[in-house]
Write a protein of this length. Structure first.
Length: 274
């Protein structure tokens, strides 16, 4: 352990140990992937019993900060994207946030990302954004196409040089794409109507960022998102003409329950499509 333990006062001792370990994890003193000391070492370090340490580790596991799979020593899992995803998914479900509100937030985030990218992205970063856009039409299959779309918007948010904005955009983009695939019926469904025929609009986003005009870049992204949301809400897996707001929100909740957990997401949002 990297420092002298915090003094343990009267009250819930396990909670104080949780706070001390949590502070070390969030500060990087206990980095992602590192292992916590063995239970007996922690018990001696904090001068408490083994059951108290086990309780503290259970709480940290529930927070998504450590992993105790396979009965091995607890491993730190301090991944910002996963923690953010779990938090946002929880708020969406607890507050009964509608799908359209989630889509609207993504449009605002990506418009802001484009505005910042137009101001701060280097020429090399704009080239990366262009390459990501150009790769989408050649993608074969729904899974590959969705991954390329995700990579394009992840690149846009990354070159905004705002890490919090990038993390928020990565997750909500994954949600929107996951829901779009679900509603369109995937392979053999209406995915082409949702994601197709917008290559020119994505290239307009690239050109707007390259023009170094922040207001124009934000406007182009907002126009793009309006078209995407219209396409998503106009198809359903069963071929019905339009998904209702209630149906969209139910589909959103089902997707979040299936794909967001303390164990992480089904895909690494930071990876480049292979």
């Amino acid at each position: 352990m990297p420092h002298t333990p915090a003094k343990i006062y009267r009250g819930r001792v396990a909670d104080q140990i949780v706070e001390d370990l949590r502070a070390q994890i969030l500060s990087g003193a206990l980095p992602d992937g590192s292992r916590l000391p063995a239970e007996r070492e922690l018990a001696a370090y904090y001068d408490v019993s083994g059951p108290t340490i086990r309780e503290a580790v259970r709480v940290l596991t529930a927070m998504g900060l450590v992993n105790t799979r396979n009965g091995s020593r607890a491993t730190v899992t301090a991944q910002g994207d996963t923690l953010l995803a779990v938090s946002i998914a929880s708020v969406v479900q607890v507050e009964k946030v509608g799908a359209r509100e989630v889509f609207g937030l993504l449009g605002a985030l990506n418009a802001y990302a484009a505005e910042l990218a137009a101001e701060h992205a280097s020429a090399e970063e704009v080239s990366r954004l262009r390459e990501a856009a150009e790769a989408i039409p050649a993608a074969e299959g729904v899974e590959r196409s969705a991954a390329c779309l995700q990579h394009f918007f992840a690149t846009l948010s990354e070159i905004s040089h705002n890490p919090l904005l990038a993390a928020l955009s990565r997750f909500i983009t994954e949600v929107q794409l996951g829901l779009a695939v679900k509603l369109s019926g995937g392979e053999g469904g209406h995915w082409g109507r949702v994601a197709g025929a917008l290559h020119g609009e994505r290239m307009r986003i690239v050109a707007a960022v390259a023009s170094r005009d922040p207001r124009h870049a934000a406007s182009v992204v907002r126009d793009y998102h309006r078209q995407v949301v219209e396409r998503i809400t106009s198809v359903r897996e069963d071929g019905a003409a339009r998904a209702s707001d209630v149906g969209l929100t139910e589909a959103l909740t089902a997707w979040l329950r299936s794909n967001v957990s303390l164990g992480g997401q089904v895909a690494d949002r930071r990876s480049t499509p292979s």
